[in-house]
Design a protein around this ligand. Structure first.
Ligand SMILES: Cc1ncc(C[n+]2csc(CCOP(=O)(O)OP(=O)(O)O)c2C)c(N)n1
Ligand SMILES: [Mg+2]
Length: 377
């Protein structure tokens, strides 16, 4: 029997978990050298994502947002990974990456315009809880989970063929690794050395299905190894571990050495979406245990111990963004909604005869409803 003496890809990194700081913000090994300003930016992006997330939840409860997929607890994974990208790179997110959208430059106002489908919604009312923006090279996620993975591989390969110095990054959950698209994407990326970084947010649950029922593999990172793609398992609630790993993966992809699969081990502290009740399938004690490990408190403790944040600085950052975001919410709530005719736009460059006919029928129906005194929004 022939056995490979030295596997070309480390199994160790796929099986052990890399972390820089522990749950109380103490370094557990060598610390990466990162400028203070970037460390404070990392912290601020996570705080902004947390505040925006809680507003989206409230706005859904107020009946102003159709559906929201809460991000609480997963801020480090999306902020840390995306900070490793350059502006020219492309992001293929899932539906739980508010932090990534902010890092790419999307403002709270643009995100809220999308969620409330105002007249300024960049995606003109298409599927709920899905964000994207051409201006920031963010491709909106498809509703079927994991479909974005082959898209990210295809875009990366296209960039490689065209000689463009571009990396793509895609996010997806633990449940998404059971779809064929995950396997096809990893295989294709491995064989053709596509410049893509796969970021798996292993938040322990796919709605009510725990990760143990999702796979018998010891980790998700190890699945990359089988496809010839380095798999690296990191503490997804440690923003420094996620950032340094993503930076290495992005550099590697840009050097033409191919893809990396990062498994960010994290936890969804909230419900799957606003249509879910997690108390029906998981215990309070499990949630409490993960609350102790949540990424923002932990990074604040680190920054305070290092003297990068002084006394009161963290509260100041929180208060500043709390009031800015509240002002933005008030502004966006006041905007008019999208006009109904957008549902027929952006399908063909020149509308077909039947779309023109449908548009006329729509206008007539709206006119009639208004004459009857029915409120049309
Ligand atoms: C192909 C497909 N099957 C089922 C669904 C319904 N669905 C939406 S989210 C979800 C769970 C996904 O879990 P995971 O990939 O772990 O992501 P998370 O929601 O935990 O971030 C499911 C089954 C879907 N959107 N697409
Ligand atoms: Mg999940």
């Amino acid at each position: 029997m022939e056995v490979l003496e030295e596997p070309p890809i480390s199994l160790d990194k796929a099986l052990k978990m890399y972390r820089v700081i522990d749950e109380d913000g103490n370094p557990v090994g060598p610390e990466p050298s990162i400028p203070d300003k970037l460390l404070i930016d990392m912290y601020t992006y996570m705080v902004r994502a947390r505040i925006l997330d809680s507003w989206l939840l409230k706005l859904q409860r107020m009946g102003r947002v159709a559906l929201h997929a809460p991000n609480k607890g997963q801020e480090a994974a999306s902020v840390g990974a995306t900070l490793a990208l350059e502006g020219r790179d492309w992001l293929f997110p899932s539906y739980r990456e508010l932090g990534a959208l902010l890092v790419r430059g999307m403002s709270e106002e643009e995100i809220l315009d999308r969620a409330l489908t105002t007249i300024d919604d960049p995606l003109k009312g298409s599927d709920f809880a899905i964000y994207g923006h051409r201006k920031y090279n963010i491709v909106p996620a498809p509703v079927p989970v994991a479909n974005q993975l082959p898209h990210a591989v295809g875009a990366a390969l296209a960039a490689k063929i065209m000689g463009d110095d571009i990396v793509t990054m895609t996010f997806f959950g633990d449940g998404s690794t059971s779809r064929g698209d995950f396997h096809a994407a990893l295989n294709f990326a491995g064989v053709f050395k596509a410049p893509v970084v796969f970021v798996n947010q292993n938040n322990q649950w796919a709605i009510s299905v725990p990760v143990k029922r999702q796979t018998a593999a010891p980790t998700i990172a190890v699945k990359g190894v089988a496809y010839g793609v380095p798999g690296i398992r990191v503490d997804g609630n440690d923003v420094l571990a996620v950032y340094t790993t993503a930076l290495e993966a992005v550099d590697r992809a840009r050097r033409g050495e191919g893809p990396t699969l990062i498994e960010a081990v994290t936890y969804r502290l909230g419900p799957h979406t606003t249509a879910d009740d997690p108390d029906r399938y998981r215990s309070r004690s499990e949630v409490e245990e993960w609350e102790r490990r949540e990424p923002i408190r932990r990074f604040r403790l680190y920054l305070e111990k290092k003297g990068i944040l002084g006394p009161g600085d963290a509260e100041e950052i929180y208060r500043t963004w709390e009031s800015r975001i509240e002002e933005t919410v008030v502004k966006v709530l006041d905007k008019p909604p999208l006009p109904p005719e957008v549902i027929l736009e952006d399908v063909y460059s020149k509308p077909t005869w039947n779309l023109v006919e449908q548009m006329r029928e729509l206008e007539e129906s709206i006119k009639l409803l208004k004459e009857l005194g029915v409120e049309v929004e």
